[in-house]
Design a protein around this ligand. Structure first.
Ligand code: NAI
Length: 250
Protein backbone atom coordinates (compact mmCIF):
# COMPACT_ATOMS: atom_id res chain seq x y z
CA UNK A 1 0.00 0.00 0.00
CA UNK A 2 2.83 2.38 -0.86
CA UNK A 3 0.41 4.98 -2.35
CA UNK A 4 -1.91 4.95 0.69
CA UNK A 5 -3.73 8.26 1.09
CA UNK A 6 -2.33 9.77 -2.11
CA UNK A 7 -4.50 11.36 -4.80
CA UNK A 8 -3.45 10.56 -8.38
CA UNK A 9 -4.75 12.27 -11.54
CA UNK A 10 -4.33 10.20 -14.73
CA UNK A 11 -5.14 11.39 -18.25
CA UNK A 12 -6.10 9.05 -21.08
CA UNK A 13 -7.26 6.74 -18.31
CA UNK A 14 -10.30 5.13 -19.94
CA UNK A 15 -8.35 2.25 -21.48
CA UNK A 16 -4.91 0.82 -22.19
CA UNK A 17 -1.90 2.01 -20.23
CA UNK A 18 -3.80 4.81 -18.47
CA UNK A 19 -6.42 2.42 -17.14
CA UNK A 20 -3.72 -0.04 -16.04
CA UNK A 21 -1.99 2.80 -14.15
CA UNK A 22 -5.27 3.67 -12.43
CA UNK A 23 -5.84 0.05 -11.42
CA UNK A 24 -2.29 -0.35 -10.13
CA UNK A 25 -2.30 2.91 -8.13
CA UNK A 26 -5.71 2.00 -6.69
CA UNK A 27 -4.38 -1.43 -5.68
CA UNK A 28 -1.51 0.32 -3.88
CA UNK A 29 -3.95 2.48 -1.89
CA UNK A 30 -4.34 5.67 -3.95
CA UNK A 31 -7.47 7.60 -4.82
CA UNK A 32 -7.61 8.06 -8.60
CA UNK A 33 -9.07 10.84 -10.72
CA UNK A 34 -9.47 9.76 -14.34
CA UNK A 35 -9.53 12.16 -17.29
CA UNK A 36 -10.31 11.04 -20.85
CA UNK A 37 -11.88 12.49 -23.98
CA UNK A 38 -13.97 9.33 -24.53
CA UNK A 39 -16.92 9.87 -22.18
CA UNK A 40 -18.56 6.47 -22.65
CA UNK A 41 -15.37 4.44 -22.19
CA UNK A 42 -14.38 6.62 -19.22
CA UNK A 43 -17.69 6.04 -17.45
CA UNK A 44 -17.42 2.28 -18.02
CA UNK A 45 -13.82 2.18 -16.77
CA UNK A 46 -14.60 4.20 -13.62
CA UNK A 47 -17.51 1.90 -12.75
CA UNK A 48 -15.41 -1.23 -13.31
CA UNK A 49 -12.24 -0.38 -11.42
CA UNK A 50 -13.51 0.92 -8.07
CA UNK A 51 -16.12 2.67 -5.97
CA UNK A 52 -17.01 6.37 -6.00
CA UNK A 53 -15.10 6.73 -2.70
CA UNK A 54 -11.83 6.23 -4.53
CA UNK A 55 -12.54 6.91 -8.23
CA UNK A 56 -13.65 10.15 -9.89
CA UNK A 57 -14.10 10.46 -13.67
CA UNK A 58 -13.91 13.82 -15.46
CA UNK A 59 -14.37 14.03 -19.23
CA UNK A 60 -11.29 15.92 -20.42
CA UNK A 61 -9.63 16.86 -23.70
CA UNK A 62 -6.00 17.41 -22.69
CA UNK A 63 -5.38 19.61 -25.72
CA UNK A 64 -7.55 22.29 -24.05
CA UNK A 65 -5.91 24.20 -21.19
CA UNK A 66 -9.21 25.04 -19.48
CA UNK A 67 -10.14 21.35 -19.43
CA UNK A 68 -6.78 20.27 -17.99
CA UNK A 69 -7.07 22.94 -15.30
CA UNK A 70 -10.65 21.82 -14.61
CA UNK A 71 -9.51 18.19 -14.19
CA UNK A 72 -6.98 19.14 -11.53
CA UNK A 73 -9.51 21.51 -9.91
CA UNK A 74 -12.10 18.70 -9.78
CA UNK A 75 -9.61 16.41 -8.04
CA UNK A 76 -8.83 19.11 -5.46
CA UNK A 77 -12.51 20.00 -4.96
CA UNK A 78 -13.41 16.37 -4.29
CA UNK A 79 -10.34 14.98 -2.49
CA UNK A 80 -8.55 18.10 -1.20
CA UNK A 81 -5.22 17.81 -3.01
CA UNK A 82 -3.19 15.99 -5.65
CA UNK A 83 0.03 14.05 -5.08
CA UNK A 84 0.60 12.28 -8.42
CA UNK A 85 -0.10 13.50 -11.97
CA UNK A 86 0.22 11.04 -14.87
CA UNK A 87 0.16 12.82 -18.26
CA UNK A 88 -0.67 9.71 -20.28
CA UNK A 89 -3.22 10.71 -22.95
CA UNK A 90 -1.80 10.33 -26.43
CA UNK A 91 -2.54 9.66 -30.08
CA UNK A 92 -0.27 7.99 -32.66
CA UNK A 93 -1.46 8.32 -36.25
CA UNK A 94 0.52 6.33 -38.83
CA UNK A 95 1.17 8.57 -41.85
CA UNK A 96 3.76 9.07 -44.55
CA UNK A 97 5.83 12.15 -43.76
CA UNK A 98 4.63 14.14 -46.77
CA UNK A 99 0.98 13.27 -46.14
CA UNK A 100 0.98 15.03 -42.76
CA UNK A 101 -1.22 18.12 -43.05
CA UNK A 102 -0.92 21.20 -40.88
CA UNK A 103 -4.07 20.11 -39.05
CA UNK A 104 -2.63 16.60 -38.46
CA UNK A 105 0.58 18.10 -37.08
CA UNK A 106 -1.25 20.57 -34.85
CA UNK A 107 -3.55 17.90 -33.40
CA UNK A 108 -0.81 15.41 -32.46
CA UNK A 109 1.38 18.13 -30.95
CA UNK A 110 -1.62 19.62 -29.10
CA UNK A 111 -2.65 16.32 -27.49
CA UNK A 112 0.73 14.71 -26.83
CA UNK A 113 3.07 17.63 -26.18
CA UNK A 114 0.93 20.62 -25.21
CA UNK A 115 -1.31 18.32 -23.18
CA UNK A 116 1.64 17.06 -21.14
CA UNK A 117 3.04 20.58 -20.78
CA UNK A 118 -0.25 21.99 -19.49
CA UNK A 119 -0.81 18.96 -17.27
CA UNK A 120 2.63 19.55 -15.80
CA UNK A 121 1.87 23.23 -15.22
CA UNK A 122 -1.52 22.60 -13.65
CA UNK A 123 -0.19 19.87 -11.36
CA UNK A 124 2.92 21.81 -10.35
CA UNK A 125 0.88 24.93 -9.49
CA UNK A 126 -1.35 22.89 -7.21
CA UNK A 127 1.54 20.92 -5.67
CA UNK A 128 3.52 24.12 -4.96
CA UNK A 129 0.45 25.63 -3.26
CA UNK A 130 0.07 22.50 -1.13
CA UNK A 131 3.73 22.68 -0.08
CA UNK A 132 4.29 18.95 0.30
CA UNK A 133 5.95 17.96 -2.97
CA UNK A 134 4.54 15.53 -5.48
CA UNK A 135 5.36 13.49 -8.56
CA UNK A 136 4.54 14.27 -12.21
CA UNK A 137 4.93 11.41 -14.72
CA UNK A 138 4.91 11.98 -18.49
CA UNK A 139 4.11 9.00 -20.74
CA UNK A 140 6.72 9.28 -23.47
CA UNK A 141 7.73 6.50 -25.88
CA UNK A 142 10.70 4.58 -27.23
CA UNK A 143 9.96 6.61 -30.36
CA UNK A 144 11.05 9.80 -28.58
CA UNK A 145 14.63 8.80 -29.38
CA UNK A 146 14.23 6.75 -32.55
CA UNK A 147 13.91 8.00 -36.13
CA UNK A 148 10.65 6.35 -37.18
CA UNK A 149 9.07 8.22 -40.12
CA UNK A 150 5.84 6.10 -39.98
CA UNK A 151 4.92 8.04 -36.85
CA UNK A 152 6.82 11.29 -37.39
CA UNK A 153 4.45 13.65 -35.59
CA UNK A 154 4.22 11.22 -32.67
CA UNK A 155 8.01 10.86 -32.42
CA UNK A 156 8.44 14.65 -32.60
CA UNK A 157 5.85 15.16 -29.85
CA UNK A 158 7.41 12.56 -27.56
CA UNK A 159 10.91 13.96 -28.09
CA UNK A 160 9.55 17.33 -26.97
CA UNK A 161 7.85 15.69 -24.04
CA UNK A 162 11.20 14.43 -22.75
CA UNK A 163 12.27 18.08 -22.58
CA UNK A 164 9.11 18.94 -20.64
CA UNK A 165 10.21 16.27 -18.18
CA UNK A 166 13.82 17.35 -17.84
CA UNK A 167 13.20 21.11 -17.72
CA UNK A 168 10.24 20.87 -15.34
CA UNK A 169 12.26 18.57 -13.08
CA UNK A 170 14.86 21.30 -12.60
CA UNK A 171 12.22 24.05 -12.28
CA UNK A 172 10.24 22.25 -9.57
CA UNK A 173 12.97 20.38 -7.66
CA UNK A 174 13.20 23.22 -5.09
CA UNK A 175 9.56 22.46 -4.23
CA UNK A 176 10.21 18.74 -3.69
CA UNK A 177 8.33 17.89 -6.87
CA UNK A 178 9.84 15.12 -9.00
CA UNK A 179 9.11 15.03 -12.75
CA UNK A 180 9.86 11.78 -14.56
CA UNK A 181 9.09 10.15 -17.88
CA UNK A 182 8.23 6.61 -18.93
CA UNK A 183 9.09 5.58 -22.50
CA UNK A 184 7.44 2.24 -23.32
CA UNK A 185 8.47 0.03 -26.22
CA UNK A 186 5.63 -1.65 -28.12
CA UNK A 187 2.77 -2.46 -25.76
CA UNK A 188 -0.26 -4.61 -26.64
CA UNK A 189 -3.01 -1.99 -26.27
CA UNK A 190 -5.70 -0.88 -28.71
CA UNK A 191 -3.34 1.84 -29.94
CA UNK A 192 -1.02 -0.72 -31.53
CA UNK A 193 -3.39 -3.67 -32.00
CA UNK A 194 -6.15 -1.81 -33.89
CA UNK A 195 -4.55 -2.64 -37.23
CA UNK A 196 -2.92 0.69 -38.04
CA UNK A 197 0.36 0.52 -36.11
CA UNK A 198 0.91 -3.22 -36.58
CA UNK A 199 -0.77 -3.48 -39.96
CA UNK A 200 0.54 -6.83 -41.18
CA UNK A 201 2.14 -10.08 -40.05
CA UNK A 202 5.37 -8.79 -41.56
CA UNK A 203 5.19 -5.66 -39.38
CA UNK A 204 4.47 -7.77 -36.26
CA UNK A 205 7.52 -9.91 -36.99
CA UNK A 206 9.66 -6.79 -37.60
CA UNK A 207 8.63 -5.28 -34.25
CA UNK A 208 9.35 -8.53 -32.42
CA UNK A 209 12.71 -8.99 -34.16
CA UNK A 210 13.77 -5.56 -32.86
CA UNK A 211 12.68 -6.45 -29.32
CA UNK A 212 15.31 -8.60 -27.55
CA UNK A 213 12.76 -10.02 -25.08
CA UNK A 214 10.84 -11.28 -28.11
CA UNK A 215 7.32 -10.18 -27.19
CA UNK A 216 5.15 -7.09 -26.83
CA UNK A 217 4.85 -5.56 -23.38
CA UNK A 218 1.62 -5.36 -21.39
CA UNK A 219 -0.11 -2.28 -20.01
CA UNK A 220 0.34 -3.75 -16.52
CA UNK A 221 4.12 -3.85 -17.04
CA UNK A 222 4.10 -0.10 -17.77
CA UNK A 223 1.81 0.59 -14.81
CA UNK A 224 4.27 -1.13 -12.48
CA UNK A 225 7.00 1.29 -13.59
CA UNK A 226 4.64 4.24 -13.10
CA UNK A 227 3.77 2.99 -9.60
CA UNK A 228 7.46 2.65 -8.73
CA UNK A 229 8.27 6.15 -10.00
CA UNK A 230 5.28 7.60 -8.14
CA UNK A 231 6.42 6.01 -4.89
CA UNK A 232 9.05 6.91 -2.30
CA UNK A 233 11.05 3.95 -3.69
CA UNK A 234 12.02 6.36 -6.50
CA UNK A 235 12.70 9.34 -4.22
CA UNK A 236 16.08 10.19 -5.82
CA UNK A 237 14.91 9.94 -9.46
CA UNK A 238 13.90 13.13 -11.26
CA UNK A 239 14.30 14.51 -14.79
CA UNK A 240 14.85 11.03 -16.26
CA UNK A 241 12.78 9.11 -18.76
CA UNK A 242 12.85 5.36 -18.00
CA UNK A 243 12.38 2.91 -20.90
CA UNK A 244 10.45 -0.32 -20.25
CA UNK A 245 10.95 -1.57 -23.83
CA UNK A 246 12.00 -5.22 -23.72
CA UNK A 247 15.54 -4.16 -24.54
CA UNK A 248 14.69 -2.46 -27.83
CA UNK A 249 17.33 -0.04 -29.21
CA UNK A 250 16.39 0.27 -32.90
P1 NAI B 1 -4.85 3.90 -26.16
O1 NAI B 1 -5.17 4.46 -27.48
O2 NAI B 1 -5.24 2.50 -25.86
O3 NAI B 1 -5.41 4.83 -24.99
C1 NAI B 1 -5.24 6.22 -25.05
C2 NAI B 1 -6.33 6.89 -24.27
O4 NAI B 1 -6.13 8.32 -24.38
C3 NAI B 1 -7.74 6.60 -24.82
O5 NAI B 1 -8.61 6.24 -23.77
C4 NAI B 1 -8.14 7.90 -25.49
O6 NAI B 1 -9.55 8.13 -25.46
C5 NAI B 1 -7.39 8.92 -24.65
N1 NAI B 1 -7.21 10.18 -25.35
C6 NAI B 1 -6.89 10.39 -26.65
N2 NAI B 1 -6.87 11.69 -26.94
C7 NAI B 1 -7.19 12.35 -25.79
C8 NAI B 1 -7.35 13.71 -25.44
N3 NAI B 1 -7.19 14.69 -26.35
N4 NAI B 1 -7.66 14.02 -24.17
C9 NAI B 1 -7.84 13.04 -23.25
N5 NAI B 1 -7.75 11.74 -23.52
C10 NAI B 1 -7.41 11.39 -24.78
O7 NAI B 1 -3.25 4.06 -26.03
P2 NAI B 1 -2.20 3.43 -24.99
O8 NAI B 1 -1.41 2.43 -25.74
O9 NAI B 1 -2.82 3.08 -23.72
O10 NAI B 1 -1.24 4.71 -24.82
C11 NAI B 1 -1.23 5.51 -23.66
C12 NAI B 1 0.00 6.38 -23.72
O11 NAI B 1 1.16 5.54 -23.80
C13 NAI B 1 0.07 7.31 -24.93
O12 NAI B 1 0.61 8.57 -24.56
C14 NAI B 1 1.01 6.59 -25.86
O13 NAI B 1 1.66 7.47 -26.73
C15 NAI B 1 1.96 5.95 -24.87
N6 NAI B 1 2.70 4.85 -25.44
C16 NAI B 1 2.05 3.71 -25.88
C17 NAI B 1 2.77 2.70 -26.44
C18 NAI B 1 2.15 1.44 -26.96
O14 NAI B 1 2.88 0.63 -27.59
N7 NAI B 1 0.87 1.18 -26.72
C19 NAI B 1 4.25 2.77 -26.59
C20 NAI B 1 4.81 3.99 -26.08
C21 NAI B 1 4.06 4.97 -25.53
Amino acid sequence: MRQAGKVAVITGAARGIGRACAERLLAEGAIVVLGDINAAELKKCAAEIGSTDSVLAVVTDVSKKDQVDALVAAAVARFGRIDIMVNNAGIAPVQDFLDISEADYDRVLAVNLKGAFMGTQAAARQMIAQGRGGVIINMSSINSGLANPRVATYAISKGGMNQVTSTAAVAFAPHGIRVVGVGPGTIATDMVMDGTFIDSEEMRRAVLSRTPLGRLGTAAEIASVVAFLASEDASYITGETIYPDGGRRV
